[in-house]
Design a protein around this ligand. Structure first.
Ligand code: GLU
Length: 504
């Protein structure tokens, strides 16, 4: 038996982290079993339909590397893969159930149903359709339908007893039949409900494993009745725990950022996101936290999926991302990821080593790809502004900068060791703390106080840029470090001097 899994998102809005989470385990199981992973679009809810959504979901799956084997884009033997293109199939199947007596046409108007609900409420009876249409004789149903009377098609379900089914993660699940209430299969407008479409599609597409979020457990009992009515074999059901907000409620965009695109745009790596999502539902046999998609495929067994309540924690996601940026990716792999971001920011460079050195020196300090772009700005822009803290450092350091400019310019052999020796000797000669010299120098080279080590900066920037930047800082100091807020700047620089004096 070929394992067939599927993901069946509805194209209603921003591609959601939950889609990636469910997609991941469907993809992994199909890969592990040498089976097929189907992408199906559940687009029958025309009120919530969003025309851009399909392409955006597809592009997110591609970004994540969860490429389906079959789907609307790439086609396949079991298409079409958009439910809106399968309407005839659903109608035919609903008619099969009418013919076998498992379903009936039900003609109540909206007003009828409202009156029924009011009455149930008045008598304190459970709400929901009470099966009143079951007793309308079949011939009458057909006659009224042929006369064009609006109606729905409902599944005939038992009022008593319970339905049990097995869930690979949760074991046996029992559901009271009294909740099924002859659910609608085909709506007045001829569109199927989710229940009819999902069962017909999963069967016709040969789906063997239905791996989906736990919110669908309440529908599964009904689906079991549909499978039985058609006399079809059941697939295996796996209901993954829903991702939670930090307060443990169901993940929602009101409380959390749930948009995959926004994580991509912040510079989260797809492999870090997948690794993190995987840890929310799965644990490696050896307890490792960091693993690749391939390693997950190699070790995956359904039975290890957990039914816990996974909290989607953005801090933790950033921690995973940082680990990939700092340690897991090779420098070349990282450079390939960063390059488009730098290009988009308008950075340019001729010397590939310069670019690689920047990536290498920044990687211990970054959590996202965007951090690289932000932090690297001064490497590509000679006219960077001086941040307020940096101005304070510069304002008391004219002499040091002049000395260092002279000494560095005379340095014949300019490399990491020699600039470091030069700095150490200079600081000793001045009999001051390291920071008194290094902080203003860092400020002159970057306009910031938060930046890599000064010897790294001196080496990467190279002699020419370094001298140009120290010269520029000295000019700024001579001009009184003017900025857009002269009054504020004076106050802070006075304070800066006092503080520097106190610690020096
Ligand atoms: N269209 C449903 C969703 O958006 C799919 C549910 C299922 O996988 O059966 O999640």
């Amino acid at each position: 038996m070929t394992v067939v899994t599927r993901i069946a998102p509805s194209p209603t809005g921003d591609p959601h982290v939950g889609t990636a989470y469910v997609g991941l385990f469907n993809y992994v199981l199909a890969q592990k079993a040498g089976g097929r992973f189907i992408f199906r679009l559940e687009d029958t809810d025309r009120n919530r339909y969003n025309p851009d959504s399909e392409a955006r979901i597809v592009s997110m799956l591609r970004w994540l590397g969860l490429t389906p084997d079959e789907g609307p884009e790439m086609g396949g033997d079991r298409g079409p893969y958009r439910q809106s293109e399968r309407l005839d199939l659903y109608r035919q199947h609903a008619e099969m159930l009418l013919a076998s007596g498992h379903a009936y046409r039900s003609f109540e108007t909206t007003e009828d149903l409202e009156a029924m609900a009011r009455e149930q409420k008045w008598h304190g009876r459970p709400q929901g359709y009470d099966g009143r249409g079951r007793s309308v004789p079949r011939e009458e149903q057909e006659r009224r339908a042929s006369a064009g009377e609006a109606h729905v098609i409902r599944l005939r379900t038992p009022d008593d007893g319970e339905t049990t089914f097995k869930d690979s993660v949760r074991g046996t699940i029992r559901w009271p039949n009294s909740e099924l209430r002859d659910t609608v299969l085909l709506k007045r407008d001829g569109y199927p409900t989710y229940h009819l479409a999902v069962v017909v599609d999963d069967h016709l597409m040969g789906v063997t494993h239905v791996i989906r979020a736990e919110e669908w457990i309440s529908s599964t009992a009904l689906h079991i009745h549909l499978y039985r009515a058609f006399d079809w074999d059941l697939p295996l059901f796996v209901h993954l725990p829903l991702l939670r907000n930090p307060d443990k409620s169901k993940i929602s965009k009101r409380k959390m950022n749930t948009s995959l695109e926004s994580y991509r745009d912040q510079g989260i790596l797809p492999e870090a996101l997948l690794n993190y999502l995987a840890t929310l539902g799965w644990s490696m046999p050896d307890g490792r936290e960091f693993f690749s998609l391939k390693e997950l495929v190699d070790t995956f067994i359904l039975e290890r999926l957990s039914a816990g309540e996974p909290v989607f924690d953005i801090k933790k996601l950033r921690h995973f991302n940082a680990k990939y940026l700092r340690e897991i990716l090779s420098l070349d792999e990282l450079a390939d990821r960063v390059e488009p971001h730098f290009r988009a920011a308008g950075y340019s460079w001729d010397d590939e080593d310069y670019f690689l050195d920047i990536i290498d020196v920044l990687r211990p300090r970054t959590e996202t790809l965007n951090d690289f772009t932000e932090q690297a700005r001064y490497f590509f822009d000679n006219d960077f502004p001086y941040q307020e803290e940096a101005r304070k450092r510069l304002s008391s350091a004219q002499k040091y900068l002049e000395d260092l400019e002279r000494q560095l310019s005379m340095l014949e052999f300019y490399d990491y060791d020699s600039v470091e020796d030069l700095l150490r000797e200079y600081v000793q000669s001045q009999a001051v703390g390291m920071g008194k010299v290094l902080q203003p120098l860092r400020a002159a080279l970057t306009g910031r106080t938060q930046a890599p080590g000064v010897s790294d900066l001196l080496t990467i920037l190279g002699k020419q840029r370094v001298l140009q930047r120290i010269g520029r800082a000295l000019n700024a100091i001579n001009a009184g470090l003017p900025d857009d807020h002269p009054q504020k700047e004076k106050e802070t620089s006075d304070k800066g001097e006092r503080r520097a004096g106190a610690t020096g």
